[in-house]
Design a protein around this ligand. Structure first.
Ligand code: HEM
Ligand code: HEM
Length: 182
């Protein structure tokens, strides 16, 4: 299939949509797994999913940023007001920042607290942070406030994407989902 240069390239789109699906699962998993009185086996499954998929997301965002550096996004669609492209650009940068911060804080909270990250442990990866209750408590707070920030930004981002797709019916959504009729 030929893809016009006004759309994101195929690897960028695959990474965007697979990361989006994982993040949309990670946020509720994180919230549900810390609820008091939750059924134990379900809680363990959610914790294992959350920790290991969180580490996978860190690798995916590193890949995405590397790919983005070598293959910059397509030029902005013509006719978008400057303030909108500025806000979109800032939101995207903040999302990338949080997508690095959240796994790093989560990993630090778990490892400094003396808990496992199953896949990394099975691969023999040594802990990259020292065992420290103070560090674990700090990382836990960073992860907690970061989770609010990422949830709010993701909601704004999805709202903006759907607004472009269904209300303004312009070319923005189709940049990430080619074939979406405008
Ligand atoms: C993009 C990646 C991630 C997102 C969006 C995310 C999101 C969340 C959310 C929304 C919560 C519930 C609110 C809170 O108590 O903080 C949470 C909790 C938690 N997350 Fe993550 N997380 C991510 C990565 C990770 C990773 C990589 C780990 C560990 C390896 C991790 C470990 C935890 C733990 C242990 C909790 C429970 C916090 C506690 O009460 O001790 N997270 N996460
Ligand atoms: C859930 C987590 C999501 C995250 C973290 C996320 C993150 C991002 C980021 C960082 C970009 C900028 C790409 C770049 O220039 O490098 C982007 C672009 C885009 N996203 Fe998402 N996204 C998410 C979900 C969604 C969803 C559910 C939709 C649709 C309803 C969507 C629609 C779009 C569109 C249309 C673009 C292209 C905007 C443009 O024209 O530049 N995203 N997303």
């Amino acid at each position: 299939m030929t893809v016009s240069t006004s759309t994101y390239r195929t690897p960028a789109r695959w990474l965007h949509w697979s990361m989006a699906a994982l993040i949309l699962a990670m946020i509720p998993a994180g919230v549900i797994m810390i609820q008091e009185g939750l059924n134990r086996p379900l809680q363990n499954t959610l914790f294992i999913f959350h920790k290991n998929v969180g580490v996978l997301l860190l690798l995916m965002v590193a890949l995405r940023l590397l790919y983005r550096w070598r293959n910059p996004p397509p030029p902005e669609p013509a006719g978008l007001p400057g303030w909108q492209t500025k806000i979109a650009g800032m939101t995207h940068m903040l999302l990338y920042g949080l997508l690095v911060l959240m796994p790093v804080a989560g990993y630090t909270r778990v490892k400094a607290g003396g808990f496992p990250v199953e896949t990394l442990d099975a691969l023999g990866v040594p802990s990259l942070v020292p065992r420290s209750d103070a560090l674990a408590a700090f990382a836990k707070a960073v992860h907690y406030y970061g989770s609010w920030a990422i949830a709010i930004l993701v909601a704004m981002h999805i709202g903006a994407a759907l607004f472009h797709r269904f209300v303004k019916k312009d070319a923005v959504f189709a940049r990430m989902w080619p074939g979406a009729s405008t």
